[in-house]
Design a protein around this ligand. Structure first.
Ligand code: HEM
Length: 481
């Protein structure tokens, strides 16, 4: 059931996520202007900002997906508001600790905190344990919250029903809504990735406090890091897709999506393959057994293709020749699907071993992940925010007033990522504060990228302004659920 307190905490999350998002975009634009030589930052300043930007963005959009799924699950199962509030508190504490390490302590090992960087202290000594501890608090909150949500699903649906296995035979007695199926698959992935993060953090602390008596195995640490990082980043996207399945038909005035055998099969495949696709991050680690590299390539294809094919098919069937009432909500869902598919193609190209020999650690990498995040998952979550804000305010989404916002979003967003793709195609390296002279066009592309990102920022601020007033309504004393 969707209670008033669930609406209030959802509103608090939305406002917090949007404030952090606008701030993190400004960090991103600052970095891109620095790469474009339009402004000058010290290398330490750049990498501290890159670390803050990366971890904040990954964190807020994982959290936003959990917020959306938690709210929408309230339509089918009983959800716990206390766990939601608990996760919010741990998130705020975690973010404050992490930001303190990067801004005050100048910690700058990147959001992936790849071993042994955090232990090669090139910043305030306290920053390493505080960064790792902050991550631990944040992760623990989400882990408990995600386990809670999964248990709530399982209190109504058996495990087989949650995976929609009964849909493999004709006329199933119980229907599993797509939201429940996709949430189950994604929450399991999130839980496994967060448990891995716990192991990783314990190993870091063991080495940190051992006084040199214990050292970790770098290859094991890299496998654990990418299992965690790749999985959480991708599962966040699937949480966003759960909202697409639940709300896109509804906000378009069309019949709800149903779980069919092929939808069930695609999402069950996704569960398995998403957990093994991370091996594509280790293609350049030649000591890794060759079999793992093969699994990496195949799992990258199988993790993305079934879910993408089924979703694209469902969305095309929804909009093709149908009478759609286009509002900001379903427009954001639609553009988000486009961004997700384009970014996904970029990712599959990079995950192919022969291509990765050329594209590895070039700007192709931020190109594809910014596409399916900034123009994919972010838009899924913004669509949910917009839909729920209207629900809070008891208003209907207007049809015309968002045209300017859409145009700015499309030009700014796709222009911004195009500059990364061009850089990647010319083998420009990623994570360079200032590009080497040999890359004659790198600074121009960076500068253009920053201007496009500024246009994207304007669109985001317009959406934010539209949402925030409605979200605040839930705090008015006269608000009734
Ligand atoms: C318009 C908005 C954004 C701008 C201007 C921006 C800009 C940047 C820039 C310049 C970098 C460094 C690229 C490099 O040289 O390697 C970067 C890295 C990154 N960005 Fe964004 N970004 C934006 C949106 C996002 C979003 C929505 C996400 C969501 C997940 C995100 C996640 C990341 C991550 C994870 C990194 C890597 C950090 C690291 O390597 O430690 N960014 N971004």
């Amino acid at each position: 059931m969707i209670t008033r307190s669930l609406k209030r905490i959802t509103s608090v999350w939305i406002i917090t996520v949007l404030v952090l998002f606008v701030t993190a975009i400004i960090f991103g634009i600052t970095m891109r202007f620095n790469q474009g030589k339009d402004l000058t930052m010290s290398p330490v300043g750049f990498y501290s900002l890159m670390t803050t930007h990366g971890i904040t963005m990954i964190g807020i959009w994982a959290a936003a997906g959990l917020v959306a799924v938690n709210y929408l699950l309230g339509r089918y199962v009983k959800v716990s508001v206390s766990l939601n509030v608990f996760a919010f508190v741990t998130t705020v504490i975690g973010v404050l600790m992490i930001w303190a390490t990067t801004f005050i302590g100048k910690y700058h090992a990147g959001w992936t905190f790849l071993y042994p960087l955090p232990l090669q202290v090139a910043w305030a000594k306290w920053a390493t344990p505080v960064f790792l501890f902050g991550l631990g608090i944040l992760g623990a909150g989400w882990l408990i919250w995600s386990v809670g949500m999964l248990l709530q699903i399982l209190s109504k649906y058996s495990l087989k029903q949650a995976f929609a296995w009964q849909h493999f035979s004709k006329n199933p007695a119980v229907e599993t809504p797509p939201l429940v199926l996709i949430s189950t698959v994604s929450l399991i992935g999130i839980i496994v990735s967060l448990l891995t993060a716990v192991i990783l953090l314990v190993l870091y602390f063991l080495e940190y406090f051992s006084g040199g008596n214990f050292t970790n195995d770098p290859l094991l640490m890299k496998n654990l890091t990418y299992f965690f990082g790749h999985t959480i980043a991708n599962e966040s996207l699937y949480l966003g897709l759960a909202a697409v399945y639940e709300l896109m038909p509804e906000s378009s005035g069309r019949p709800r999506f149903k779980t069919t055998w092929y939808v069930a099969l695609a999402w069950n495949c996704t569960l398995v393959f998403i957990l093994t696709a991370f091996f594509h991050h280790l293609y350049m680690d030649f000591v890794q057994p060759v079999g793992f590299q093969m699994i990496g390539q195949l799992a990258s294809y199988f993790a993305s293709l079934p879910a993408a094919a089924v979703t694209a098919f469902s969305v095309i069937a929804l909009v093709y020749r149908g009478r759609i009432r286009w509002s900001l909500t379903n427009t954001l869902f639609f553009i988000g699907i486009m961004g997700w598919l384009i970014g996904g193609i970029g990712a599959v190209i990079d995950a192919t071993v022969s291509n990765n020999m050329i594209l590895h650690n070039t700007l192709w990498v931020p190109a594809h992940f910014h596409t399916y995040n900034a123009m994919g998952n972010v838009l899924f979550c913004l669509a949910f925010f917009n839909w729920v804000a209207h629900e809070f305010a008891g208003t209907q989404a207007s049809v015309k007033s968002f045209r300017l916002t859409t145009v700015l979003l499309l030009i700014g967003g796709f222009g911004f990522v195009l500059m990364f793709y061009l850089g990647g195609a010319y083998s420009m390296p990623r994570r360079f504060s200032v590009y080497p002279q040999e890359f004659t066009h790198a600074a121009i592309l960076a500068s253009l990228g920053a201007w496009f990102a500024t246009v994207y920022l304007v669109a985001i601020v317009l959406i934010f302004a539209n949402i925030i007033k409605k979200c605040l309504k839930v705090f008015s004393p006269s608000f009734s659920s």
